[in-house]
Design a binder for this molecule. Structure first.
Ligand code: SF4
Length: 127
């Protein structure tokens, strides 16, 4: 399986054998299942997003019924280290990135990373 985002790609940087995608955020329109849910539920503090916890199960159910699930997952693979996105935990995405040789660039660094192609940010590659 090869990861290729379906969301529009703004830029790609290759560094240290990884591909870093800067993709457009999903265009959430209020129909996403988490629209009126407490955002904290998506950032479980216990067990590094362990999917066995009750909170995680609740959140994963929401994601599984969400029309944005695939886009949300793609976004998170490229840009989100923390939290539950697109029905996936932090650990799941970390493993997915490692398998697909994709790096994550936190959004706050995205402009500098892609403008300057600064390999310093390759530090954000999956462990
Ligand atoms: S997939 Fe999950 S986190 Fe993403 S918008 Fe839908 S409910 Fe929210």
């Amino acid at each position: 399986m090869k990861f290729k985002p379906s969301l529009p790609i703004k830029s790609i940087v290759k560094s240290y054998g990884l591909k870093y995608y800067w993709i457009e955020r999903p265009k959430f329109d209020g129909t996403q299942s988490c629209y009126s849910t407490d955002v904290e539920s998506f950032y479980p503090l216990v067990g590094n997003s362990d999917p066995r916890t009750e909170d995680m199960q609740y959140v994963l159910k929401l994601c599984n019924s969400c029309p944005f699930k695939q886009q949300c997952f793609e976004w998170a693979v490229c840009h989100e280290i923390h939290g539950i996105w697109g029905g996936t935990s932090e650990n799941y995405r970390k493993q997915f990135r490692a398998k697909n040789k994709v790096g994550v660039v936190p959004l706050e660094y995205v402009h500098e990373f892609f403008k300057n192609k600064n390999p310093r940010f390759a530090a954000f590659k999956p462990a």
